[in-house]
Write a protein that binds this ligand. Structure first.
Ligand SMILES: Cc1ncc(COP(=O)(O)O)c(C=O)c1O
Length: 423
């Protein structure tokens, strides 16, 4: 690390200035643990820092850059659209086009409301579920992340990120029933007992935030059947999985349809925009005014142009085959390197989002994930960054449409060198 750290002259100077004016030098606490490197620009699957060092990017801005950095069709659509004005406080055609395109891509959703962040759209979903059912409690799961607000941010050890916060109001989680995920029996027993009080079940339908763990066969179907039986709203939080694990997200990939789902990240090529999509019967409660969902910046010209361009791109030129091929080759290559360095490297998940750690365990939920040596990988991650691989300490790697043979070769060469130097 030391050689690379010495290269970061400009980054270090900017870091000192940032620390003087910005708490921790970062504008999102998630970045406190990340590399303190300042980026100059990004293109394709690469980041370039202010000291001229390049990185193959497998973090993708925590997920949004699914088409690669600054895709031409998205940036051109945004530039062209915002020449006519940025935000109107009134309706415009791009909102209609973006809504139609999102519903077309998802296939199952009748209507959509746009927001600015995934956190907000999750809140809109919870309020809508409570407004529709007249019930208060929500079932949620260990290891699943649903944003940073008081009523969803969980204590260290519960959500896999250790991000609970001083200042959260007492009893902020009193209305939640917390269960292990992927456990049909626990879900059945809880809903059999409490269904009269439960407005919603909310989950990441594939638990990407903690370990990239897929649902067990039949689990999503069980959740769907129980929610239908008891009139509970099934919410898929697809802020990460949406448009990434397939055009219609996890709902399409696993063939189980929620009542509501939240989207963000991969939906708009990097532009900050989120969506709550769902069945008309629920969504129309916003339109009637019974349930309030508001926001000054919702449906801005830029957000709608970026969403329309990105989702149109995904429909017309689906990148899923090339991403699957790169991701699978990368996963295999990393496993081979682990073996050749005699390390218990574990690479599991989906080709478009996978998890790297150390250890060997049967992992199906947040608790079993803890059997792996996650802290060993967290120590490796900064070394990978220092060798030109932009990755996060929690082990999730994202693959974009711009990762090709050159990036694969660079990634494996740099990973190999890191393991050699780290030994
Ligand atoms: C599944 C999930 N839901 C919600 C959020 C919150 O989204 P945002 O950071 O855009 O507020 C995230 C963010 O990572 C997420 O992964």
């Amino acid at each position: 690390m030391s050689d690379a750290a010495e290269l970061l002259v400009r980054s270090n100077a900017l870091r000192q200035r940032a620390l003087a004016r910005t708490p921790g030098g970062v504008h999102s606490n998630v970045r406190l643990a990340g590399p303190q490197v300042f980026i100059d620009h990004a293109r394709g699957a690469w980041l370039y820092d202010v000291d001229g060092v390049n990185y193959v990017d497998y973090l993708l801005g925590q997920g949004p850059n699914f088409l690669g950095h600054a895709p031409d069709d998205v940036t051109e659509a945004v530039s062209e659209a915002c020449g006519r004005g940025l935000i109107f406080g009134g309706q415009h055609e791009l909102e209609v086009k973006a809504s139609e395109t999102v519903c077309e891509a998802l296939g199952w959703a009748d209507m959509v409301r746009f927001g600015v962040s995934g956190t907000e759209s999750v809140q809109a979903a919870l309020r809508l579920a409570r407004g529709a059912t007249g019930r208060t409690k929500v079932v949620r799961f260990e290891g699943h992340y649903h944003g940073w607000l008081d009523n969803v941010l969980m204590a260290d050890g519960d959500n896999g990120w250790g991000v609970a916060s001083a200042g959260q109001v007492a009893g902020h989680l009193d209305d939640f029933l917390l269960l292990p995920w992927n456990d049909s029996t626990a879900l059945t027993e809880t809903l059999d007992r409490y269904h009269d009080e439960v407005a919603a079940v909310i989950m990441e339908p594939v638990m990407i935030n903690a370990g990239v763990i897929e649902p067990k066969p039949g689990y999503l179907e069980t959740a769907r059947a129980l929610c239908s039986e008891y009139g509970v709203v099934l919410i898929f939080d697809e802020v990460i999985s949406g448009f990434r694990v397939g055009l219609s997200g996890a709902a399409g990939r696993y063939g189980v349809l929620p009542d509501l789902a939240t989207y963000g990240k991969a939906m708009a090529g990097g532009w900050p925009v989120s969506a709550l999509a769902g069945r008309a019967e629920l969504m129309t409660l916003f339109g009637s005014g019974k349930v309030n969902h508001s926001g000054t910046f919702n449906g801005s010209v830029m957000a709608m142009a970026a969403t329309h361009a990105t989702v149109s791109h995904l429909i017309e030129n689906p990148p899923y085959a090339s991403i699957t091929s790169h991701g699978s080759a990368l996963m295999d290559g990393l496993r081979d390197l682990g073996r050749s360095h005699d390390l218990p490297l574990r690479v599991e998940g989906l080709p478009m989002a996978f998890h790297v750690s150390f250890g060997d365990a049967e992992v199906s939920d947040y608790r079993s994930l803890q059997q792996l040596d996650l802290s060993r990988y967290a120590r490796l991650a900064p070394e990978l960054v220092a060798h030109g691989l932009w990755v996060a300490g929690r082990g999730v790697w994202y693959v974009s449409a711009q990762h090709g043979p050159e990036e694969l070769d660079a990634a494996l060469t740099r990973f190999d060198k890191t393991l050699t130097d780290w030994a």
